[in-house]
Ligand binder design. Structure first.
Ligand SMILES: NC(=O)c1ccc[n+]([C@@H]2O[C@H](COP(=O)([O-])OP(=O)(O)OC[C@H]3O[C@@H](n4cnc5c(N)ncnc54)[C@H](OP(=O)(O)O)[C@@H]3O)[C@@H](O)[C@H]2O)c1
Length: 272
């Protein structure tokens, strides 16, 4: 998604200087019919948040956790990619709903700020040799909701600890996006299917574009949580459109710390 300012307009709803949210791609200018553009209120906060905590990633966390996860107070929620744009919000909403929140991330530094800035109870580094034991130790009562962002070994470790009637909102599987063949090692599908059956697990994939009807509730709730300081967010901003490919590759390797953004020009809302 992109935040842009209108340079010239023949459209009755848009005027030069207005800020709009859209999907114009990685380019300096776009000619638009106005379809798919949403006017942004520059007084509502930094417009960059329309791309992160108040935008698609935030809504993804909201829908995945609340609508599919159905969290109840006292439940244990594990979130993978917990330091990132979606995961950090999913964990904070779970905490606000009274759950015990455990994060999983790829470096000690990410784990540090996941606990200190986002208020997760604990965050485990999946690159530690004893990660599986650490997860077991962190979840003595099992896992009620596993918010799935990554796939691979984190998914396997979390699945093994799911409680009866547990829920797994399947948001992403970033560790597998570049696969060109089946992973090496034993076929774990029969074990997974057995767990789904015997523990009555709900495993539900979702694509956020199907859930636009939740936008109003989300904006109201998230706006309130940000204003009250109950939800925090991080942005990892890189200047220059020429760096977009490098930043995107870094996302797949874990080098972003927060919502990865490319700034192509000055942000007028930061001067206020
Ligand atoms: N279903 C939907 O509609 C929807 C919408 C938006 C996003 N998503 C998905 O949600 C997930 C999170 O997206 P995001 O935008 O919030 O990104 P993000 O978490 O801000 O950044 C991606 C993170 O993924 C982690 N990662 C990369 N390779 C990994 C690997 N091999 N194993 C484990 N973790 C790995 C890295 O963190 P670590 O350093 O912690 O590994 C990286 O920083 C992605 O899977 C994305 O595709 C789904």
């Amino acid at each position: 998604a992109t935040v842009s300012s209108v340079v010239a307009s023949n459209h009755p709803k848009f005027e030069p200087g207005q800020l709009v949210l859209g999907y114009s791609g990685w380019q300096d200018y776009e000619v638009s019919s106005g379809k798919g553009l949403t006017w942004l209120d520059p007084d509502a906060g930094p417009v960059s948040t329309a791309l992160g905590v108040m935008g698609m990633p935030g809504l993804t966390a909201y829908v995945g956790l609340l609508d599919i996860g159905q969290p109840k107070p006292g439940e244990t929620v594990v979130v993978s990619s917990a330091a990132g744009a979606v995961g950090s919000v999913a964990g904070q909403i779970a905490r606000l709903k009274g759950c015990r929140t455990m994060g999983v991330a790829g470096t000690a530094e990410k784990c540090r700020y996941t606990v200190q800035e986002f208020g997760f109870e604990r965050c485990l580094n999946y690159n530690d040799d004893d990660f599986v034991e650490q997860l077991k130790d962190a979840c003595p009562d099992g896992i009620d909701i596993y918010f799935e962002n990554v796939g691979g070994k984190v998914f396997d470790a979390a699945c093994a600890l799911m409680n009866t009637a547990g829920r797994i909102p399947v948001c992403g599987m970033i560790s597998r996006y570049n696969d060109t063949a089946l992973p090496e090692g034993p076929d774990t599908l029969p074990r997974l299917m057995r767990a789904i059956l015997t523990r009555r697990l709900l495993v539900c994939g979702f694509i956020i574009t199907d859930h636009g009807h939740r936008l109003g509730d989300f904006l109201k709730d998230m706006g309130g949580w940000l204003e009250s300081g109950e939800v925090h967010y991080r942005e990892d901003v890189t200047a220059g459109l020429e760096n977009a490919v490098h930043v995107f590759q870094g996302l797949l390797a874990g080098s972003n710390t927060g919502k990865a953004l490319i700034r192509v020009s000055d942000d007028p809302t930061m001067k206020r």
